[in-house]
Design a protein around this ligand. Structure first.
Ligand code: FAE
Length: 558
């Protein structure tokens, strides 16, 4: 719903981009060690068209929230509503201003630097088509919106920018099955979650459901209907998947009444229209309070605790072309980490291993999983056409989670090439019990993910067991030309990184990090490696629950 506050916040986010605040002077202050004269930082707070003070001048602030993804956005909004001033630090840029081609985000099939976070070439999940290397393109290095973090044996896709993963994800907004939620997060009161926090998260995120009648007739979901029919003929159940993409907008796209986005292949490099990403919901609300400032292109590198209990952050400012143009320090009384499973884990593992936060528990860095993710595709029979128009926003999944022998939730995903390709594709979520851990590498001052390809074997076998059933019934085959190396299963990347600072292990039951007061984890790092469905609704609802308790017990109302 468009409240006055959301309208103001949204206007402020638009204005901050168009005002070209990319050369604010880093003035320096007693508490800073600024080394630059200009910064790529865009700092903004309210709809009053007022740039926030440059980060390097702030010295000490009461509250810092790191990152602007789901956990951070919830936290900033609720703290601001309780009267607190909040500074948010985001390493990516703001994505609200069209570039010279008139679009905010790049085109999917002809990507430019806006596509990826400082890469020379796009690294799309699909490597080839018909075995041909025609998908990835050379691009200039730029602070683009999608990152693929390549660890030794696992690559992880994440969003970069104000809104984090909400800028690049498929919008699938799924509330987990209660029994599995209870199994994975036994310390959380599920009755309260399902009565209060999940409904609040769904409402504020703007989750909507597809009109089943429209689904049956829409050309753009022909691919989903074909896969559904194959699943049902195999005796498998299908369910509709809610979304934060506006299905009413999509219906108008199909009729060509509005500019196309989901129907113009847009998703992983950002949607120019239709999607309720966080900058249009939680973050707009947060900025609209007038108490939240967001500082972009600012990467937190180091966290230490001062003798008075304050946290001191070392923050590196870059410009949009990746040049480091400032480094400053800023202190805060309360620190909330929402840099995502990878980002939050990295910051805390580095802090523990370098002695900057010596009290952190061994559980920091542990319990990482990829939510059992794997992609696979089948070749359809010639008469099972999926159509040239495919919505990038999945609206249906095969729900076989109740199959005790082999629980799988497989979303029916598009392959939006713009021409008929006779492919049925799936993102399967499996119940893989394997977990990885983050370890500090002194030489690079970086953090590696200990996860081996062998740990995916369970996931691949589980997805294969399900899809084999469909292939046998339909007399169809796997596509082996899409993921590189003739593979039928994309077992080298994931979209759903979870864990690293697991709730109740690295933190208390509400995200307070053990061993250091006034330090909190708010994001996907809290979830123990698996949640059985796409995770952002759970991340959002858990953050709502946690910050509610933290405000009541630790901070109060300002
Ligand atoms: P996240 O949204 O990742 O935000 C973290 C933010 O922190 C980012 O903006 C980072 O740039 C920033 N950051 C990181 N390190 C630092 C630092 N040191 N200093 C400053 N800033 C930093 O965190 N989930 C679903 O539920 N449904 C879907 O359909 C779906 N599809 C996906 C498709 C793709 C291609 C991808 C990549 C993900 C998808 N996901 C989906 C996953 C979902 O987006 C992800 O779980 C959440 O975004 C994680 O939320 P967090 O709040 O943990």
């Amino acid at each position: 719903m468009l409240t006055r506050r959301r309208f103001l916040g949204h206007a402020a986010l638009q204005w901050a981009a168009s005002a070209g605040l990319s050369a604010l002077p880093a003035l320096g202050s007693a508490a800073t060690t600024s080394t630059s004269t200009t910064t790529g930082e865009r700092s903004f707070d309210t709809a009053a068209s007022r740039p926030a003070a440059p980060l390097a001048t702030l010295g000490r602030v009461p509250i810092i929230v790191v990152g602007t993804g789901y956990g951070s956005a919830v936290t900033a909004l609720r703290l601001a509503e309780a009267g607190h001033q909040v500074v948010m630090l985001e390493m990516g840029r703001l994505w609200t201003e069209p570039a010279s081609d008139g679009s905010i985000f790049t085109r999917t099939l002809a990507p430019d630097g806006r596509a990826m976070w400082f890469k020379d070439r796009t690294e799309a999940p699909l490597k080839t088509f018909l075995g041909l290397d025609i998908i990835n393109r050379k691009i200039p290095q730029y602070a683009g919106v999608l990152d693929r973090v390549n660890y030794d044996e696992m690559s992880v896709y994440v969003g970069r920018g104000v809104g984090g993963g909400s800028l690049v994800n498929g919008g699938m907004a799924v509330t987990p099955r209660r029994s599995y939620f209870e199994q994975m997060l036994p310390g959380v009161d599920a009755a309260e979650m399902y009565a209060t926090w999940f409904p609040l998260a769904n409402r504020t995120l703007g989750v909507n459901s597809i009109d089943p009648t429209w689904f049956e007739s829409a050309n753009c979901y022909r691919y989903a209907r074909v896969s559904r029919d194959h699943a049902q003929q195999t005796g498998l159940k299908t369910v509709f998947v809610p979304s934060v993409y506006d299905f009413n907008y999509m219906a108008k796209e199909e009729l060509k009444k509005v500019p196309r986005s989901a129907l113009a292949q847009e998703v992983i490099y950002g949607n120019n229209h239709g999607k309720r990403s966080l900058d249009k919901t939680y973050l707009a609300d947060a900025v609209g309070t007038g108490r939240v400032s967001i500082h972009t292109l600012q990467q937190v590198r180091r966290i230490e605790q001062q003798a008075n209990g304050d946290y001191l952050l070392t923050v590196r400012g870059i410009n949009e072309w990746g040049r480091v143009i400032s480094e400053c320090q800023i202190a805060c009384g309360h620190l909330f980490l929402g840099a995502g499973s990878l980002g939050t884990s990295e910051l805390l593992v580095r802090a523990r291993e370098t002695g900057a936060l010596p009290g952190l528990p061994r559980a920091v860095g542990e319990g990482w999983g990829h939510n059992g993710n794997v992609m696979a595709a089948r070749t359809n029979k010639l008469w099972n056409t999926t159509g040239s128009l495919q919505s990038t926003m999945p609206a249906m999944g095969i729900d076989d989670w109740d199959n005790a022998a082999n629980p799988v939730f497989a979303e029916i995903t598009p392959l939006p090439t713009g021409f008929e390709n006779w492919v049925s594709m799936y993102l399967a979520i499996t119940k893989n019990p394997e977990r990885g851990r983050f370890v500090y590498d002194k030489a690079s001052d970086g953090v590696a993910l200990n996860w081996t390809r062998a740990q995916n074997a369970f996931t691949v076998q589980s997805a294969k067991t399900l899809i084999d059933r469909i292939n046998v019934k339909q007399g169809t085959q796997y596509r082996t030309d899409l993921f590189g190396g003739g593979k039928a299963f994309a077992d080298d990347f994931c979209y759903h990184p979870l864990g690293g600072c697991v709730l109740g292990q690295a933190t208390d039951a509400y995200g307070r990090v053990k061993g250091h007061d006034r330090l909190y984890v708010t994001d996907s790092a809290l979830i123990p490696g698996s949640i059985g469905v796409n995770p952002f609704v759970t991340i959002t609802a858990l953050a709502e629950r946690n910050v509610h308790r933290v405000i009541a017990q630790d901070l109060g109302r300002a």
